[in-house]
Ligand binder design. Structure first.
Ligand SMILES: [Zn+2]
Ligand SMILES: [Zn+2]
Length: 749
């Protein structure tokens, strides 16, 4: 079991004990234990495996008894004590505790005093006004419970994707013990990356024929998976089991020739497959889990792989995350299927906590962990003082932390590391509206996250007033976990996301996709709306420990479901490029050092660094600086499009690709290409030439020429920022793009 699963089990023990009215100290011991397990930087299973259960007592707050329970969970995946407790409390009563604001104690009171056994009975009791008469409840509580019931009922028995994934990984490892298995793939909503999963599907390729002996071996192995509570059914090709946790897993054995068809079929979604079948029918084809067939003579034309199945119907093999029959078919027809973001695209993480507040890792530990994971920059964003529970930072403590960050950055620079730590803060938006820290403090920050942690039950008008006020605040960069929902636990506060997005457009602010698997906030639909409006998303870990940095992948998965591409996500940018964005005022500023600098000064800075590097004979650093200059120039070109709101659907203009940089004594020239990116491909769109005059510290004045075609340079004598387009040039570029098949040069990647 993973630490997270162990913690969840201990948490459940605490809930059940509390429900039963057990000794509060005992309850607290399990709750604390759960917290310690969640925060533990190392896999407890590994610790137990290496050094035995005894070693766990080294963890502060874990005694001998708890250590044994943890070891039992870690190694066997079950806990006898938990099973006993579960048997004593009916599952329908457990569901009561999922109602927001309820908790085990209140659930127990309702159970004892009113005999409430299920959500339906609870609803009836609330509606009859019986709940408010109970001691410690009141009218307000009754209303909150009533509102929460619907949410709890909806959350049902679905498990969060991250938890499902832990089970899937173990299941795959378990099944890989069977040699006869050719291919195996989990399907269903798990494969589509849905934030919660109802049950799991596993497809197994058992070879060319459905050999009964092979199938039996596979099924026997499946039945031996850890934590199987019951075998629901076992047939010729299909078998279903239920785990102790209540999760159902379906196994399907298929012959090789049908594996792709089955994978397509069982991945879904239902809505997507209805469309697929309709399109097949129009072509005289029939699609089933066994393959693609000619309707006329029933001959099979595809089925071995998914690619083949889709290709037979004239469709691209859609990434599973997009298969919801939202826009994927229209996008495919237009040749505009997005190139979805990948985890490796992320270069920075802009939301994390340290031991200065409620995080577990020190500043330096977080830096080391982020570097280890290949990130290029991070923002340290501890809580502000309103979050008393987390010992939030006041202005003095925050400034002290920033001093430490300065020191760390100096050290990083001294060792030649290309890594930057930003001075950030997760500043609360107070219940009354204002930010939790004075303006002058926020103005000093590199990166200000605005968060709404308190007063979440306020009416929509008030919530929106607070959020929109934060977005309009000049120092705020981004709104974190914008809806405040906790999947399956807490509904979002009353927020009008579209209004929030509109405000971000107006003020050039960003929105977070919090990657914590409990949050995934914004969700896929809202992220897609943000993308459509042109608001960049930042995928952040909100890590409270070094291990916490690893949740970014869940955020990326959600982003993929939203159809986000690399350039829709802000923290995929190289830090320097990102800095240029910031200095323009297009995006919120990043660092103090770069604040308010025009891009020409940035170029001058890189140029000076380039010169120094050459003097030192450091070719690597020189090349890096050259690249930065290229990026800055590219950025200028790109901005000219954005400023004039010149956009082509699904085409990204990237001027950052340059071919040549000639640096003279008092003048230099950059030659590059305006690049159009669409889907998987890049095209050279038009060449540009930038000429720059040098003085000691600045580059000025300069001009940039953009040609339309390699053969059609347009020369300008004077060209100053901001670059203003004229309509004819614009039209010509549009035409050039439409005419791209005829371009003389073409490159991919
Ligand atoms: Zn927060
Ligand atoms: Zn946070």
């Amino acid at each position: 079991m993973t630490n997270r699963e162990i913690a969840a089990a201990l948490e459940e023990v605490a809930d059940l004990l509390e429900f039963q009215g057990a000794n509060p100290f005992r309850v607290r011991a399990y709750r604390n234990g759960a917290q310690k397990v969640k925060d533990a930087p190392k896999s407890l299973l590994t610790i137990v495996g290496d050094s035995g259960a005894e070693a766990l007592t080294a963890i502060d707050g874990v005694g001998k008894d708890l250590a044994e329970k943890i070891a039992e969970l870690a190694t066997s995946g079950t806990l006898a004590m938990l099973d006993e407790l579960r048997a004593e409390v009916p599952a329908s009563v457990m569901a009561l505790m999922r109602v927001p604001g309820m908790g085990p104690k209140k659930a127990a009171t309702l159970h004892k005093e009113l005999g409430v056994q299920s959500l339906d009975q609870l609803r009836a009791a609330c509606e009859a006004g019986e709940v408010q008469k109970l001691k410690g409840f009141g009218k307000k509580t009754e209303e909150t419970i009533l509102a929460g019931i619907e949410h709890a009922a909806k959350a049902g028995e679905r498990v969060r994707w991250a938890d499902a994934d832990a089970i899937v990984q173990r299941l795959l490892a378990h099944m890989d013990g069977v040699e006869a298995i050719k291919r195996r793939e989990p399907a269903g909503s798990y494969r589509r990356g849905k934030e919660t999963v109802g049950d799991l599907d596993l497809l197994v390729d058992v070879g060319a024929t459905m050999d009964a002996k092979t199938v039996a071996t596979v099924m026997d192995r499946f039945g031996e998976f850890e934590g199987v509570a019951e075998v629901i059914a076992r047939g010729d090709t299909k078998m279903s089991i239920r785990l102790d946790s209540g999760l159902q897993i379906d196994l399907r054995c298929v012959p090789s020739e049908s594996f792709g068809a089955a994978l397509q079929y069982f991945t879904g979604s239902k809505e997507h497959n209805v469309e697929v079948r309709g399109r097949a029918k129009a072509r005289g084809l029939k699609v089933s889990e066994w393959g693609v067939f000619n309707t006329a003579d029933d001959t099979r034309i595809a089925g071995d792989t998914e690619e083949e199945v889709y290709a037979a119907i004239g469709l691209p093999c859609f990434p599973p995350e997009l298969r919801e029959n939202r826009q994927e078919f229209a996008a495919a027809e237009a040749g505009e299927l997005p190139r979805l973001i990948e985890l490796s695209d992320l270069r920075g993480d802009l939301h994390m906590h340290t031991s200065a507040t409620d995080g577990r890792g020190t500043l330096r530990e977080m830096v080391a962990a982020a570097r280890q994971r290949g990130l290029e920059y991070i923002a340290i964003t501890d809580h502000s003082k309103r979050v008393t529970m987390a010992h939030g930072l006041d202005a003095d403590r925050l400034r002290a932390q920033w001093k430490e960050i300065d020191l760390v950055n100096e050290e990083l620079q001294a060792e030649g590391a290309e890594f930057v730590v930003l001075k950030g803060i997760e500043c609360d938006i107070l219940e009354a509206g204002p930010m939790d820290l004075p303006d002058d403090v926020l103005a000093e920050a590199d990166w200000v996250i605005a968060s709404l942690h308190y007063g979440q039950n306020q009416p929509r008008a008030k919530i929106m007033e607070r959020l929109l006020g934060a977005v309009a605040h000049p120092s705020v960069s981004i709104v974190a976990h914008p809806t405040g929902r906790l999947i399956g636990k807490r509904a979002s506060y009353d927020v009008e996301v579209n209004e929030l997005i509109a405000a971000c457009v107006e003020h050039g602010k960003l929105l977070e996709l919090n990657a914590n698997p409990m949050r995934l906030d914004l969700d896929d639909v809202n992220c897609a709306a943000a993308k459509a409006a042109g608001v960049p998303i930042v995928i952040s870990s909100d890590a409270h420990s070094t291990e916490g940095l690893d949740v970014l992948r869940y955020g990326v998965l959600q982003a993929r479901r939203a159809g986000l591409e690399q350039w829709d996500v802000f923290n995929t940018r190289r830090f320097n490029f990102w800095e240029a964005d910031k200095a323009s005022g297009l995006f919120p500023r990043a660092s103090v050092a770069w604040r308010n600098k025009p891009v020409t000064e940035k170029i001058a800075y890189f140029l000076a660094r380039h010169r120094a590097a050459l003097t030192k004979g450091d070719n690597k650093a020189a090349a890096f600086c050259k690249q930065d200059i290229g990026y800055s120039i590219g950025w200028l070109v790109e901005q000219s499009f954005k400023k004039d709101k010149v956009t082509w659907p699904n085409v990204w203009i990237d001027g950052g690709w340059y071919t040549n940089l000639t640096i003279g004594k008092d003048r230099w020239t950059a030659e590059g290409w305006l690049v159009a990116v669409q889907g998987q491909e890049k095209w050279r769109l038009a060449p540009f030439v930038g000429q720059f005059q040098l003085s000691e510290t600045t580059v000025s004045p300069y001009k940039i020429d953009i040609g339309l075609r390699p053969s059609a340079f347009e020369k300008h004598d004077e060209w100053s920022i901001p670059y203003t387009r004229d309509a004819s040039r614009d039209e010509a570029l549009r035409k050039a793009l439409a005419d791209r098949e005829n371009w003389p040069t073409h490159f991919a990647g």
